[in-house]
Design a protein around this ligand. Structure first.
Ligand code: C5P
Length: 232
């Protein structure tokens, strides 16, 4: 792991590694951490992750595993072997799945941070109802976060809108990772539960995940530096 203390995780959501590295070439590992998600990983696989680690960056491998416990355990073992800093599973995979992932990480003596996705930031109450979950969205995030903690996860992915309540309810040190970050002048895109960088930090986020406001900017590295400066 690096000595990075930045609370900013840049989502490297690019079509291929070459495009991602154009931005990465302009960044230092002390400025931010990097997230590799399904888009880039499906195209480039483990070599892009190794490359970023070799360059000194902390990498969050965001594959959001959601499967039977045995399958998730095997996938988590492979991720831990890659030497990434953080990874995740879906909390809706249930307690047994999350506990099994935790046990595998501990068995391997890995220090990887394991977090659980609660309700995606692209989902609002109407979408939740559409998929048959009648419960209030905030209560569902609270329930899934409690389940993640009981199951031994290090924290959750949620919207920064839920930060204050989770900070109060969850144990000290429970990690809150919040995507759905938008600058006051940036489009929401497909995100629903959005918060500005500074409000997210004030709401208790440990790490903010930011993609398109940086990657679609005409000057991505400069935009990122402004964001980092705005939250210190
Ligand atoms: O471009 P944008 O800032 O919306 O990117 C957000 C990133 O965070 C994407 O890579 C997305 O997959 C990820 N993410 C999310 N909501 C979650 C978990 C991850 O938006 N709950």
């Amino acid at each position: 792991m690096s000595n990075c203390s930045s609370k900013v995780i840049v989502a490297l959501d690019y079509l291929d590694g070459e495009s991602a590295l154009v931005l990465v070439d302009e960044l230092e590992p002390s400025l931010c951490r990097l997230k590799v998600g399904k888009e880039l990983f499906t195209r480039e696989g483990p070599p892009i992750v190794s490359d970023l680690i070799r360059r000194g960056f902390d990498v969050f491998l965001d594959l959001k595993f959601h499967d039977i416990p045995n399958t998730v355990v095997k996938a988590i073992a492979a991720v831990a072997d890659m030497g990434v800093w953080m990874t995740n599973v879906h909390t809706s995979g249930g307690r047994r799945m999350m506990e099994a992932a935790r046990e595998e990480i501990d068995r391997k003596g890995s220090k990887i941070i394991l977090i659980g996705v609660t309700i995606l930031t692209s989902i609002d109450q109407s979408v939740l109802c559409e998929i048959g979950m009648q419960k209030n969205l905030i209560d569902q995030v609270r329930n899934l976060s409690a389940l993640a903690e009981i199951s031994g996860l290090d924290g959750v992915v949620c919207s920064a809108l839920e930060g204050p309540i989770l900070r109060k309810e969850r144990k000290d040190g429970f990690v809150l990772v919040t995507p759905g970050i938008r600058l006051s002048n940036s489009p929401r895109d497909d995100q629903q539960r959005v918060v500005t960088p500074i409000d997210a930090i004030e709401n208790g986020s440990d790490f903010i995940v930011i993609g398109r406001p940086v990657t679609q900017s005409a000057t991505p590295a400069a935009t990122l530096r402004d964001i980092v400066r705005s939250i210190v």
